[in-house]
Write a protein that binds this ligand. Structure first.
Ligand code: SF4
Length: 122
């Protein structure tokens, strides 16, 4: 066991929308009985890509005692493209552009790296 940063999901706030599952490249989150759960703590690297997409604010990261992150196991998880993930501006998907999760006016959205500068600079 080690002390490290890991994702924490507030079950009371989670509405089971499933938006946090695809951003987790390591496959650490699954929906179980209508709630998101970290199913394998050794797969969660604590990076928190899932945080920005949660419309309920149910996800945070915390420092706590858990098992060590297993990079080899995480990298061997099956990868699949999620066609529902697209840049909200140009509508390009993850196979065409680098996509970043972000929040705007209480909405969880994705933006690609080409459209992001226009949001920053207007
Ligand atoms: S994105 Fe948030 S509300 Fe939706 S399933 Fe994940 S934790 Fe629950």
């Amino acid at each position: 066991m080690v002390i490290r940063t890991i994702v924490k999901i507030d079950e009371e706030k989670c509405n089971g929308c499933g938006k946090c599952i695809s951003p987790c490249a390591e496959g650490a989150i699954q929906l179980i009985n209508g709630k998101a759960r970290v199913v394998a703590e050794e797969l969660c690297d604590g990076m928190g890509f899932c945080i920005g997409v949660c419309p309920q604010g149910a996800i945070s990261v915390e420092q706590r005692q858990t098992i060590e992150f297993n990079r080899e196991k995480a990298e061997s998880q099956p990868r699949s493209t999620d066609i529902s993930i697209k840049c909200f501006k140009c509508e390009k998907g993850e196979n065409e552009r680098y996509l970043i999760p972000m929040r705007y006016q209480m909405e969880s959205i994705w933006v690609c790296t080409r459209c992001l500068p226009s949001l920053i600079h207007g």
